[in-house]
Design a protein around this ligand. Structure first.
Ligand SMILES: Cc1cc2nc3c(=O)[nH]c(=O)nc-3n(C[C@H](O)[C@H](O)[C@H](O)COP(=O)(O)OP(=O)(O)OC[C@H]3O[C@@H](n4cnc5c(N)ncnc54)[C@H](O)[C@@H]3O)c2cc1C
Length: 457
């Protein structure tokens, strides 16, 4: 039997893969609910995503899993127009269509970047002539973007967009771990703009993201249904893992009862929990896992009467650079981004706060977070009324930070794990951050663990 620790999307995907391969498993989840960061709530006819809402099409593992689970007919694209905006001087400026990660790909697109000054645009266009770096060493998103595109591109593109997706610090996050395509483009073509001009195709008619019509919670429900109920234990937090050298079994300790014996273990918990669970087996390995940093965020959902919002809501939402000195990091215009998320008379918006940028705000009460979200949204979108529905979801130490050197750090962890037959780690702290990467890494890890315990018999 293989024990899977953690019932977020990584644990569930690992379980699904083992079940598909007819390998016996048991999944241990600390909380009463499966899904981890994925949580959808139905509030008075509003479909509210507390955590993730979008599956990146370019990385197909999540969409393939939805299809395997029979959810094909429930996949929905974002609604057009899919424009995202960047705030500058309290105004929303559209990111041009012909762009990649916000980087404009044509001169016309660049000319339309209202969030960059004339000097910033000229410096960005000059990227084609910047000498490529020869060192293959990892560098931060800020260092890479400043070197290639200039300071303004760091402040108004990289910081809100590239680092913003990861709730992280642009000066610390790793370019190699998170956006390997860009340094690779520099290496191969001598210029990112030249490379993207050659390789980037116009966006597909369906856009870059899909979701499920009733929210991503349905992916968790479908996985839950596909797994044997007897193999999934909730409210079964694992407290430690030991090894019995005589039987060569791992002993999975929970607070509940006698330890459970397993031939293999897949740890899918946040890296700092994984570290604690591995403490007895190898304190150095444990320390390496605990060293992976995490940051906290909160999402605040607000529903308004449509007439209460003076500005048109056409697009998917906006990003706020830290240079703009607001608390909100980004806002999703949920009811214009996805079909069917709110009744026609309501506009559902979602705001993010916290992250590496603003840790202080998370000490405030839920009421305070709603007030800040509402006031800043009102300034930017001319909202004239208090929202009729509000929800605050706090995600404490939930976003793993793949900082400079992360890939090398994970290789060290993998080397240390090699001496433990059938013991593996996966989850957003290690090799993948978003849902598609978590799913593909969890499935691959499950396959590897099953193969390793077979060869050890
Ligand atoms: C606000 C927010 C928005 C996001 N938006 C997107 C998005 O739109 N698209 C996208 O692709 N990604 C998004 N992400 C990232 C994505 O949600 C995560 O990468 C992914 O859900 C992580 O899944 P996981 O299973 O690795 O970890 P988790 O979901 O954290 O699951 C870990 C599980 O382990 C359990 N656990 C903890 N300790 C123990 C223990 N001792 N014993 C047993 N179980 C334990 C926890 O209860 C939890 O269920 C977002 C993240 C956040 C925070």
């Amino acid at each position: 039997m293989i024990a899977i620790v953690g019932g977020g999307i990584s644990g569930l995907a690992a379980a699904f893969e083992l079940q598909r391969q007819r390998v016996d498993f048991r999944l241990f989840e600390k909380s009463r609910r499966l899904g981890g960061l994925i949580l959808t709530e139905d509030v008075d006819g509003l479909i509210i995503e507390a955590g993730p809402d979008a599956l990146l099409v370019q990385k197909p593992a999540a969409i393939e899993l939805c299809r395997e689970l029979g959810l094909n007919d429930h996949l929905v694209p974002t609604s057009p127009p899919r424009t995202a905006y960047i705030v500058r001087n309290r105004k929303l400026h559209p990111i041009p269509d012909r762009s990649f990660l916000g980087i404009p790909l044509t001169m016309t697109a660049l000319a339309r970047c209202g969030f960059l000054s004339a000097v910033g645009k000229a410096r960005l266009a000059a990227e084609r002539f910047v000498t490529p770096r020869t060192s293959a060493e990892d560098e931060s998103i800020a260092d890479f973007m400043q070197r290639r595109f200039g300071r303004e591109a760091v402040d108004y593109l990289a910081e809100p967009l590239l680092a913003g997706i990861h709730a992280g610090d642009v000066k610390r996050l790793s370019m190699q771990a998170l956006f390997p395509r860009l340094p690779e483009a520099e290496k191969q073509y001598g210029s990112v703009l030249r490379a993207l001009g050659k390789t980037e195709r116009p966006r597909s008619a369906e856009g870059a993201f899909l979701s499920l019509d009733r929210g991503l919670g349905d992916l968790v429900t479908a996985l839950e249904r596909a797994l044997p109920g007897s193999a999934v234990e909730r409210e079964a937090g694992v407290t430690r893992i030991a090894f019995d050298a005589t039987s060569r079994d791992y002993l999975i300790h929970t607070a509940r009862r006698e330890p459970v014996r397993a031939r293999g273990v897949i740890l899918t918990t946040p890296a700092y929990v994984t570290g604690t669970l591995l403490q007895d087996l190898d304190p150095h390995l444990a320390e390496h896992c605990r060293a992976i940093p995490y940051v906290s965020t909160a999402s605040v959902s607000l529903a308004y009467r449509r007439e209460a919002i003076a500005d048109p809501i056409e697009g998917v939402g906006f990003l706020v650079p830290s240079a703009e000195r607001l608390h909100i990091l980004a806002a999703s215009w949920v009811s214009s981004k996805w079909p069917g998320r709110a009744p026609p008379h309501l506009a559902l918006l979602r705001v993010f706060v916290g992250s590496a940028r603003d840790t202080e705000i998370l000490r405030r009460s839920d009421e305070e977070l709603v007030r800040v979200a509402h006031e800043e949204l009102s300034q930017l979108m001319r909202i004239r009324e208090w929202p009729s529905v509000t929800r605050v979801y706090r995600w404490e130490r939930a976003s793993a930070q793949h900082d400079v050197g992360h890939l090398e750090h994970v290789r060290t962890i993998e080397r240390k794990l090699e001496r433990f037959q059938g013991l593996t780690v996966t989850g957003s702290g290690f090799r993948g951050v978003g849902i598609p990467d978590c799913i593909s890494d969890a499935r691959r890890t499950a396959e590897l663990t099953a193969a390793r315990i077979c060869t050890s018999r």
